[in-house]
Design a protein around this ligand. Structure first.
Ligand SMILES: [Zn+2]
Length: 182
């Protein structure tokens, strides 16, 4: 065991707790109704070996231009809370998938007018015995976030960002973004 005193450890725990509560409120730059924690981008908040606060994030889509903005927002939130020095650790494995988006965030996306990713894309994580072989590959059903109709059509593979596809609801005629499973 190292020689860190009990008060020092208690202080660090309090710092980590505050950092968590501050960072949980940092919104995603592209979809401000959901936080980076709800999207699964914020992985961990911990004390590094040198005592510095470490914020662990996993980028969503590779090359997503939002990651630089997210790092700036994290720095701002930590600075405003007076939590002192920090560094951002970017962890690429396991790779982020839309499966990490919380249920609460999926509801928020829907209310915001974005269809959340349907189904699961973590195919490689699943034991092969759960894959029904006889079933034809199901066509992706995307429900309209406004009226719930599944009578929708894809207009474009890319919506407002590369992470999303542009759909249109045939029933209510509204176009909407679909957060593609990834
Ligand atoms: Zn609709």
């Amino acid at each position: 065991m190292n020689a860190a005193s009990v008060p020092a450890r208690a202080a660090m725990n309090a710092t980590l707790q505050r950092a968590w509560s501050v960072l949980e409120t940092v919104p995603d730059p592209e979809i401000p109704v959901v936080s980076i924690r709800e999207l699964g981008i914020l992985r961990d908040v911990r004390q590094g070996g040198d005592g510095v606060l470490e914020v662990v994030i996993t980028p969503t889509y590779s090359g997503c231009p939002a990651m630089g903005q997210i790092a700036e927002d994290i720095a701002l939130a930590i600075g405003n809370a007076g939590l002192g020095a920090h560094r951002i650790e970017t962890v690429l494995a396991p790779a982020w998938t839309t499966d990490w988006i919380t249920e609460e965030a999926r509801d928020k996306l829907r209310r915001y007018g974005i269809a959340p990713p349907s189904g699961s894309c973590a195919v490689t994580e699943k034991p092969i015995r759960f894959v029904p072989r006889s079933m034809p590959h199901a066509k992706e059903t995307v429900a309209c976030p406004r009226c719930g109709s599944t009578h929708t059509e894809k207009l474009s593979q890319f919506g407002s960002t590369a992470c999303k596809a542009l759909y249109r609801c045939v029933d209510c005629r509204e176009p909407f973004d679909y957060f593609k499973p990834y």
